[in-house]
Design a protein around this ligand. Structure first.
Ligand SMILES: NC(=O)c1ccc[n+]([C@@H]2O[C@H](COP(=O)([O-])OP(=O)(O)OC[C@H]3O[C@@H](n4cnc5c(N)ncnc54)[C@H](OP(=O)(O)O)[C@@H]3O)[C@@H](O)[C@H]2O)c1
Length: 361
């Protein structure tokens, strides 16, 4: 199916026209892109950006001028504020999170408050305010987590699935979209490599490393589409490609020296988007997997339409993925981010060349 046809279908189902939409974490990478797409393609009644930092909100206000936009300062840790903000809201995209793995490891109570308690507050407020649909944005790090960030997102997923039972028949519907690393998002490896390559050396923790990759545009389209088809309790997993970290180095910093720094606490060599244990309750569709809720007391519909059961032992992992990004494909994905970074990065052309590897310390 072509991207345009998929978008048209998503638009028909999502139908944000005349609706009030609230995006927690609306000033982040995801929130910016979702705002852009909604304003380009729909005529919402209101689009509410909910986040803590007034500076990010005022910068966003300078970028987007549509009169439907509202900027609410608030913290997902504050249930009363969320209840006030969700008054009259039809759809919520829950993107607010602490997402830096080392920061969450070092400040575990903060990660729990924002990512777990915050998720509970979003669920409670949405039910209390009669919101129709809520979609949480999750990550491959929630699968068999080895770091606190992933563990908090796993808890949030579980709470969102079971949130449907709290809402009851005919109540608010909750679901999750789970995907891998977003190309070029704030704090990700591309901005890091672009910064490091200026000095001729980039750092890699482990050269065997592979990751799932999705663009911000694809992530947002996926969420819009899943919002249109969700029935409540699903975890939607897109079929996305993998990349090898050394291919990325070859793309971004081809002539640079590579220093191997060793795997960080809480880091995996490969990521998993769908585990063997989850595969029992998942089905395969054309371009995604749908993990269905185990105890869906809130709906009479038990199987996902058109979905095929997965074979025993199936797992969707970044190292055994059937689809890999080649260096030229990576180059096409990375180039816009290099251009966005100003003259220093721009002055270095993307030219082919094998990286030199030296092991540090
Ligand atoms: N980026 C990725 O590679 C990736 C991959 C898979 C899934 N995800 C998930 O996608 C979601 C969005 O990620 P992103 O890349 O857009 O993150 P981001 O750019 O870091 O944005 C995070 C947003 O959350 C807000 N926020 C943080 N703590 C908050 C709180 N306590 N209350 C209210 N707002 C809060 C931030 O604004 P303030 O600081 O002003 O509050 C910001 O608007 C996250 O849930 C993340 O786990 C991301």
């Amino acid at each position: 199916m072509t991207r345009r046809r998929q978008n048209r279908q998503a638009d028909a189902g999502a139908d944000f026209n005349g609706k009030t939409i609230l995006v927690t974490g609306g000033t982040g990478s995801f929130g910016h892109q979702l705002t852009q797409v909604i304003l380009d393609r729909f005529r919402p009644h209101k689009l509410i950006i909910f986040s803590r930092d007034e500076l990010k909100q005022s910068e966003m206000q300078r970028q987007f001028h549509d009169p439907c936009l509202r900027y609410f300062l608030g913290d997902v840790r504050d249930l009363d504020r969320l209840r006030r903000a969700m008054h009259g809201v039809d759809v919520v995209a829950h993107a607010a999170a602490l997402k830096q793995v080392p920061a969450c490891e070092y400040n575990p109570f903060e990660a729990v408050k924002t990512n777990i308690l915050g998720a509970q507050h979003v669920i409670d407020a949405a039910i209390d305010c009669g919101v129709k649909k809520v979609m949480a944005i999750s990550t491959d790090k929630a699968v068999n987590p080895v770091n606190l960030y992933g563990a908090t997102k796993l808890c949030a997923e579980k709470m969102f699935v079971q949130g449907n039972a709290y809402a009851g028949l005919g109540g608010t519907k909750f679901a999750c979209c789970r995907y891998g690393n977003v190309v070029g998002s704030r704090g990700s490896v591309i901005p890091l490599f672009l910064e490091q390559r200026v000095n001729g050396t980039v750092t890699v923790t482990d050269k065997r490393m592979t990751r799932f990759w999705i663009t911000l545009e694809q992530g947002v389209e996926f969420v819009i589409r899943c919002l249109s088809v969700m029935r409540g309790g699903e975890i939607f997993v897109p079929k996305i490609p993998s990349m090898r970290i050394m291919d990325l180095v070859e793309t971004v910093a081809p002539k640079c020296r590579v220093t191997l720094t060793g795997i960080r606490p809480g880091e995996k060599v490969h990521e998993v988007l769908l585990s063997e244990d989850e595969a029992h309750q998942a089905v395969e569709c054309e371009d995604m997997y749908v993990i269905q809720p185990l105890y869906a007391t809130w709906t009479a519909k038990t199987t996902w339409p058109g979905g095929q059961p997965l074979p025993d032992g199936f797992r969707f992992a970044s190292d055994t993925n059937g689809r890999w990004l080649s260096v030229p494909e990576l180059r096409r994905l990375v180039e816009p981010h290099a251009h966005a970074r100003g003259s220093t990065a721009r002055s270095q052309r993307f030219s082919p060349g094998k990286p030199r590897v030296s092991v540090s310390g």
